[in-house]
Structure formats: C-alpha cells, structure tokens
Design a protein around this ligand. Structure first.
Ligand SMILES: Cc1cc2nc3c(=O)[nH]c(=O)nc-3n(C[C@H](O)[C@H](O)[C@H](O)COP(=O)(O)O)c2cc1C
Length: 149
C-alpha cells in the first residue's frame, strides 16, 4: 500500500471533485491518502513524500489554475531534487481548446520530470466535451495506476 499525496489544480471544482473521489476510493483500497490544493513546494514538503498524483485542470489560454501556480513557480525557481518521487498525472481539459488541450496537466508533468521525478504510467487526459463524468474515468485509470506503483 502506498502513501499518496494528490496535488489539485482547479478553478471551478472538477479536479477537486476527482481528487476527493480518489481520496475516498483509494483510501478504501488501503492506501494512505492526502489531498492538497494550496501552498508552494516548501509547504508540500516533498522530502517526506514518495508518491504524488497530480490532478490538474487547464484555464485561460492553456494556463495553470491559480491555486497551483505558487507550487509550479516554487518548483521552477528553487529547483528541488525530486529524484525520489514517483508521480502520475490526471489532466483535465477541453478539446475545443485544441492548441492548449490539457496544458495545465502537461505543464505540471514537465516540471516534475525536469526535477528528476519519475512518472508512473501514461498521463490521463480527460476531455470535458466528450467525457462528462471525469471522476468515473479518473477512478478507473487510478485503480490501474496504483497497481504500477
Ligand atoms: C475560461 C476557461 C478556459 C479554459 N481553457 C482551457 C484550455 O486552454 N485548455 C483546455 O484543455 N481546457 C481549458 N478549459 C477547460 C477546463 O480545463 C475544463 O473544463 C476542466 O474540467 C475544468 O476543471 P476545474 O473545474 O477543476 O477547473 C477552460 C475552461 C474555462 C472555463
């Protein structure tokens, strides 16, 4: 069983809804879950973490939600070594923004990879246009993802 920190980037609540469901469902499977939707890298305390699940929407023109921007900025500025971190990415977006589809999740994926963290599995990209139930899609993906840890 894993100790999993879910980092949420959300503007209107979809990514938070996904994270809250995964907290409950993966918790029921025996994993130790924590959900965080604010704070920079120091507040998160990556030194004490092992597994991170990024659950991040996209807003503006391919931008990160405001609540996760301080975390992204601190990782890019302070450049901590995240070589001990294994992570997964659930990216929420909308295909009608075709040039910036799921850029928020893609940005967090890039930042973690640049800091030496190792992604487990493929990134899940959820399209709000064609996938009206993001939490159900995410749960199916996450149950498979935890078997890869
Ligand atoms: C103003 C606005 C801008 C958006 N821009 C993008 C975008 O550039 N790329 C994308 O893939 N999705 C974009 N989206 C879609 C959201 O990422 C998607 O609806 C997501 O499910 C919202 O999650 P949240 O409720 O957690 O914020 C945008 C949505 C809004 C309302």
């Amino acid at each position: 069983m894993a100790d999993i920190l879910i980092l949420v980037g959300t503007e209107s609540g979809n990514a938070q809804m996904v994270a809250d469901l995964l907290e409950d469902e993966l918790g029921d499977l025996g994993h130790d879950m924590e959900v965080r939707n604010e704070g920079d890298a120091a507040a998160v305390g990556f030194a004490d973490r092992d597994v991170v699940l990024i659950c991040c929407a996209t807003h503006g023109d391919g931008e990160l939600p405001d609540n996760i921007q301080p975390l992204a900025d601190s990782l890019e500025e302070e450049k901590p070594d995240l070589g001990h971190i294994r992570y997964g990415v659930i990216a929420l977006g909308d295909q009608t923004y075709h040039t910036t589809f799921c850029n928020g999740g893609k940005t967090m994926d890039r930042i973690f990879a640049e800091r030496g963290a190792r992604r487990i599995g493929e990134r899940l990209e959820i399209d709000a246009c064609t996938q009206p139930l993001p939490d159900e899609d995410a749960l199916e993906w996450a149950k498979e993802w935890v078997t890869l840890l």
